[in-house]
Design a protein around this ligand. Structure first.
Ligand code: RB5
Length: 146
């Protein structure tokens, strides 16, 4: 799977650990930065990842900031993006099964790294259930045509 990865300074360390885990699972990962802990603006990194997912260059994206909130708000401005801010295994799994989320956002200052790494793994490995959920996701997609 082609996965785009991005973070601001608040998510820098977790982003790097997620890259290692995804690569060890055999995924093709593009790391859009940031590349150190110097203060940056999270929308700049959300844009790189969300635009790539929106345009189909990447299958999925993962964005990390301090809370995950700024990244999710920013990423959801892009067409075809369904970014889900998740805090545990349950929400990470359900964001795939029910919402077909194509971007996962997490907060490095909110959840522990062990949990976050497991969430990333579960999230990339979980399929969309379709069925009644496809109808609902279709209604979300309809909003983009209004
Ligand atoms: C940066 O200090 C912080 O605001 C950012 O990482 C994120 O939490 C925004 O939503």
């Amino acid at each position: 799977m082609k996965i785009a990865l991005g973070a601001d300074h608040g998510g820098f360390h977790l982003k790097n650990r997620i890259r290692e885990v995804l690569e060890s699972l055999g995924h093709e990962v593009k790391d859009f930065g940031c590349n150190d802990t110097a203060s940056v603006d999270y929308p700049d990194y959300a844009e790189k990842v969300a635009r790539g997912v929106s345009e189909g260059t990447f299958d999925r994206g993962i964005l990390i900031c301090g809370t995950g909130i700024g990244m999710s708000i920013s990423a959801n401005k892009f067409p075809h993006v369904r970014a889900a801010l998740c805090h545990n295994i349950f929400t990470a799994r359900l964001s795939r099964e029910h919402n077909d989320a194509n971007i996962l956002t997490m907060g490095e200052r909110v959840i522990g790294s062990g949990l976050a790494l497991e969430m990333a793994k579960v999230w990339v490995e979980t399929e969309f259930e379709g069925g009644r959920h496809a109808r609902r996701v279709g209604k979300i997609c309809d909003f983009e045509r209004e």
